[in-house]
Each structure stands twice: as C-alpha cells, then as structure tokens.
Design a binder for this molecule. Structure first.
Ligand code: NAI
Length: 254
C-alpha cells in the first residue's frame, strides 16, 4: 500500500537514486502519489522505464536518468539533466549494494566496490544535489541501514556494507550542519530487513534466522520504508535535520 504523506509540495522535483530497486521504486511511488515530479536515477542497465511508468500511473511526471553514482562527473551531469523537470527541492540517495563475506575472506576490490557505491556514491550525489539546492533550500534523505549500528546477528558477515552505512549516517550528520545555513536539511533513514531483491537473494534459512531477531517477527515491506522517507522530506519535518531514523521492527531495541 502506498501511503501519501502530507506536507510535500505538489509540483516540486525530487531526485531518487536506486529508483529501479525495491526501496527506491517504493519511494518514487510515494512521492509521485503526492504530485512530486521525479528524476529517477539508476544504472544504465536497470529497469528505469518501470519507475517512469509508476510516475505516470500516479499522474506525476517522471524522467529516467542513467547514472553510475561512483562517478562524480556522471552525478553532476545527471543533476543537470534532472533540472529539466524544474527546480529540484528533494533528493533521496538510495542506490546501494551488498557483498556477504567474512572479513578475512574479503578481497580488496570487494571492499572498495562496496565503499565506492554506498559511501562515495552518496557523497557525490549529495554534492551534485547541493549545487541544485543551495540557492533555494531543500531536503535530502540518505538511505543507510540498521547495519550501521549493529552486527547482523544470525550470521550475515558483511563488514564493508556495515562500515559504509555507518559512514552514511555520519556523513549525513556532517552535511546537515554544514548546509543548514543554506536551508538544506539532511537526514538518514536506516531500514531493517526489508523484502526486496537484495534480501530475496539470501537463502531462505538465512532470512528465517534474521527475522527471528526482529520483535515484530517479519521483514518490512518497502512502502513501510518509503512513507517515513517522504515524511522527512516534507515540511512536516521542517525542524528535523542531522537525524538517523531507524525503521527496524524493534530489532535494535533489545
Ligand atoms: P535493490 O538491489 O533492490 O536496489 C538497489 C538499487 O541501486 C538497484 O536498482 C541498483 O541498480 C542501484 N545501484 C547499484 N549500484 C549503483 C550505481 N553504481 N549507480 C547507480 N545505481 C546503482 O536494493 P534495495 O533493497 O531496494 O536497497 C535500497 C537501499 O536500501 C540500499 O542502499 C540498501 O543498502 C538499503 N537497505 C536495504 C535493506 C534491505 O533489507 N533490503 C536494509 C537496509 C538498507
């Protein structure tokens, strides 16, 4: 179910990276339902047509923007393209990858790949978005993870992922302070286990073991992540910046 959040500005433009993925697509749907126009960023080989089609279904304008977020120049070009929809007010940096591997078995390219996409990618997107927002203000939400705060009990070693997501939380806090004077709020959202292609790739026994640690005893649905993201972008969250919102079914409560 797509939740429509009050306090978003109809006709405003939002950038969503990772827009073809599970959580990104749900965020696109949630914003489009509020009349926000969407610049949908994802890799050139991703299914961006689907994201644009979802915007059309909601009666909102959508634009497919192929980009590799690990390439700083690519992000700048994508930002310029996005402006063709109008002044950009919102951005959600959601593109991310995961590589499951015990730390001692991890290769250097695997470590770098995860940090490049999940941490440098978020930085490059934020910088490109800042250029678009600095004269008018705006709101950015970076998608981190519950894995920024805990080791994933139930055997999910992925130190590069966890370290990159902890970096996203702290990066977001720093940008919130640096850019407050420009009227730009920056927050992060840290989802717990959420049903998407990322978790569908896990063996069933692993997913069962992970859910056994969740007080609400299930994974999140993507729309349950998208609605709080929309809230943080909206004027209803006008006094919230530098915050990390955990959406984890209670996992980190015990
Ligand atoms: P997904 O795999 O469905 O979507 C990720 C998207 O990022 C894909 O469309 C992919 O093409 C895109 N992407 C990857 N590398 C890229 C690059 N270099 N340039 C541009 N786009 C790129 O994954 P999901 O589950 O929707 O995850 C979205 C975000 O939420 C990720 O940052 C992930 O780490 C985070 N997250 C997911 C959780 C889950 O349980 N599914 C839990 C916590 C956080």
């Amino acid at each position: 179910m797509t939740w429509t959040v009050p306090g978003l500005r109809p006709g405003a433009v939002a950038i969503v990276t990772g827009a073809a993925g599970g959580i990104g697509l749900a965020i696109v749907r949630s914003l489009a339902a509020a009349g926000v126009r969407l610049a949908c960023w994802d890799r050139a080989d991703a299914n961006l047509e689907r994201a644009v089609a979802e915007c059309g279904l909601a009666g909102a304008e959508g634009l497919a923007v192929p980009v590799d977020v690990t390439n700083r120049e690519d992000c700048r070009t994508a930002a310029r393209l996005s402006e063709s929809l109008g002044p950009v007010r919102y951005a959600v940096n959601c593109a991310g990858i995961d590589r499951l591997r015990a730390t001692v078995d991890m290769t250097d390219p695997e470590w770098r790949e995860v940090l490049d996409v999940n941490l440098s990618g978020v930085l490059y997107c934020c910088l490109a978005e800042y250029d678009l927002m600095r004269s008018r203000g705006g709101a950015i939400v970076n998608i981190a993870s519950m894995s920024a705060s805990v080791f994933n009990r139930g055997a999910l070693p992925h130190v590069g992922y966890n370290a990159s997501k902890a970096g996203v939380v702290q990066l977001s806090r720093c940008l919130a302070v640096e850019w407050a004077g420009d009227g730009i709020r920056v927050n992060s959202v840290s989802p717990g286990y959420t049903r998407t292609a990322m978790t569908d790739r896990n063996p069933t026994e692993l997913n069962l073991a992970l859910v056994a640690n969740v007080p609400l005893a299930r994974m999140a649905e993507v729309d349950e992540i998208a609605a709080p993201v929309s809230f943080l972008l909206s004027d209803a969250a006008a006094y919230i910046t530098g915050h990390d919102l955990l959406i984890d079914g209670g996992l980190t409560a015990w």
